[in-house]
Design a protein around this ligand. Structure first.
Ligand code: SAH
Length: 282
């Protein structure tokens, strides 16, 4: 269940997902069912002990280990939830929200749904007034992804899922944002140009630079987009403990690239200048 207004200061209840942290900061997610025991590498915990507690409480395992109980942040939940596809990881999803400027109440189309990781982040940012439609071509993925969303929000969130191939077109119009995590985003550029309002934002996440090149070429050729930008996010966490102050030794080397672009009001005139930046000239 999500940490939201409803949960502020309330005690942990049956059916909620909680995060247990041991002394080393190791994490375990558990759903609170009365009468069940959670087995960890540091002994087991009767979940009845956790029910009715407030977030931040300490409980003891059968081996005497102290564990702290919290509601998970959305990013804690996303990396632990069952998955059937690759995910957009929190570092990249955070940048999607900022670079695609996803705001409360926006009208957004996303593709594909996958395991629902990016969808969760979008729903959170859009809030109850937002309108999210998610295209997914593999119908068999949909129930699993919806279960991931429902487990987090504690209820079926409000979104429309279209079991369709987005390469065939976007039904919605007057969109604020089109957000893509699929293999060939360049095939969505023309559809996004029709579906986005002027000033709207196209955003694609892709693991390979070849995909980025095709997408940027399509955005330029379409003459309906400006402010085309590609970036990657390097995230390095640090150990800060007494005299040990250093980066973590392990780091994720690569996830993917983001490409964002703004929809113009009218088509750019053609001509010599293909929209490339002046400082590209060498
Ligand atoms: N962003 C998701 C992961 C998406 S994986 C997450 O964070 O969990 C890519 C998904 O896009 C897959 O589920 C795949 O079936 C879907 N997909 C691929 N091509 C598509 C298309 N043309 N139209 C709709 N969905 C598509």
């Amino acid at each position: 269940m999500s940490v939201d207004e409803r949960d502020r200061g309330s005690t942990l209840e049956e059916g909620e997902v909680v995060l247990l942290l041991d002394r080393q900061g190791r994490r375990t997610l558990a759903r609170l069912w009365p009468g069940r025991r959670l087995h960890t590498h540091r002994g087991s915990i009767a979940l009845n002990e956790v029910l009715g507690r407030r977030e931040g409480s300490a409980v003891r395992t059968s081996a005497g280990e102290r564990m702290i109980v919290l509601r998970p942040r959305l990013i804690d939940y996303v990396v632990e939830m069952p998955r059937q596809t690759g995910l957009v990881y929190p570092k990249d999803a955070a940048f999607v929200l900022a670079w695609a400027d996803v705001f409360p109440g926006a009208r957004v189309v996303e593709a594909g749904l996958g395991s629902g990781a990016l969808t969760l982040m979008l729903l959170r940012a859009l809030g109850p007034r937002g309108a999210l439609t998610c295209y997914e071509v593999r119908a068999e993925f949909v129930p699993h992804a919806l279960a991931n969303l429902e487990r987090f929000f504690g209820q079926r969130p409000s979104l429309v899922v279209r079991e369709r191939d987005i390469y065939d077109g976007i039904v919605e119009t007057d969109l604020d944002r089109v957000i893509l995590d699929l293999p060939e985003p360049w095939r969505v550029v023309a559809h996004a140009a029709s579906a986005l309002r002027a000033g709207g934002i196209f955003c694609a996440y892709n693991p390979s630079m070849a995909q980025v090149q095709h997408t940027v070429a399509a955005l330029r050729a379409h003459r309906r987009f400006a402010a085309i930008e590609t970036l990657e996010v390097l995230y390095r966490s640090w150990v800060v403990r007494d005299e040990v102050v250093r980066p973590e030794q392990q780091m994720v080397g690569h996830t993917g690239f983001l490409t964002v672009a703004r929809r113009l009001d009218a088509e750019e005139p053609g001509g010599e200048d293909d929209g490339g930046d002046a400082d590209d000239a060498e």
